[in-house]
Design a protein. Structure first.
Length: 277
């Protein structure tokens, strides 16, 4: 069991935690074609909580493979416009709800904290802009830090993942971030050239992070590995995503970032019933 401190809330990963994904980006790889009005997005967020999400994560900037080369990188101002009103409205509708934002931009992080966000998920691991950690040390939000080797060849995934995690934790804590605020993400789907072998190796070796004493998140839900491995389109990946998520739970990754919250909560309830019979 590991504890994750998120503002004033202490979360245990003992029974598993669910982060439900709420995209406000029409460019999203998975459900960009379903992005709706702000009112509908807030209603969707409230449904995710009702379905069993511990946290709802709002994202306005796609980070799908090749997004920058495709001209899909937003200005901070546009990303703020897409996300902050949603965060504010969720907090107004459900003040005790935990809300995350998926962003790698400093300006968006500042705006999100001012709006009351509880968690920041940074696909760049908070180390690409010194302003990030300088600012975040003045806050109490939870940090979801991710390994992102898209621009690098990784000859041995287990060693590369372990080395990144140790170095990243050292960087964050040396800057003044309390260790219990940090959640580790091995970066499934962020391999160079979206390599299937890399993603499968992450799933196999995610347990290398267990001895670091931090909770571990995996985002296996509906990712490209299911298409590459089984030829499944995005509408037909729920079952195999749940199979992979269950395997990750067994390897120590007990925080699940998912699209299909209700099905994931049902899975966790089954696992808990078996464990405690």
């Amino acid at each position: 069991m590991a504890i994750w401190q998120v503002n004033t809330t202490r979360l245990s990963d003992d029974a598993g935690l669910i982060i439900g994904i709420l995209n406000t980006s029409p460019e999203s790889f998975y459900d960009g074609d379903q992005v709706a009005t702000a009112t509908a997005s807030v209603a969707r967020a409230l449904q995710l909580y009702a379905d069993g999400a511990d946290i709802v994560e709002v994202g306005g900037q796609t980070t799908r493979p090749g997004f920058q080369a495709q001209g899909l990188e937003l200005t901070p101002e546009l990303e703020i416009e897409r996300t902050i009103p949603i965060i504010t409205a969720i907090k107004q509708a459900q003040p005790q709800a935990l809300v995350a934002i998926d962003t790698y931009k400093y300006e968006v992080m500042v705006a999100a904290v001012r709006a009351g966000v509880d968690v920041i998920n940074d696909v760049n691991g908070f180390t690409d802009d010194p302003r990030k950690l300088a600012f975040l040390t003045t806050t109490t939000v939870g940090l979801l830090t991710m390994w992102n080797p898209r621009q690098a060849h990784v000859p041995e995934v287990r060693a590369g993942l372990r080395d990144w995690a140790m170095a990243n934790l050292n960087t964050l804590t040396a800057a003044g971030i309390a260790t219990d605020r940090i959640l580790l993400d091995p970066g499934l789907g962020y391999a160079k050239d979206s390599a299937l072998a890399h993603d499968l190796a992450i799933m196999k070796h995610v347990d290398v992070l267990k001895n670091l004493g931090r909770p571990i998140l995996v985002a296996v839900s509906n990712k490209g590995w299911a298409k590459q491995l089984l030829g499944l389109d995005k509408q037909h990946r729920t079952t195999v995503s749940l199979v992979a998520a269950q395997a990750m739970m067994g390897r120590g990754a007990r925080v699940l970032r998912v699209h299909d919250v209700k099905q994931t909560r049902d899975m966790l309830q089954v696992l808990a019933a078996i464990e405690h019979v």
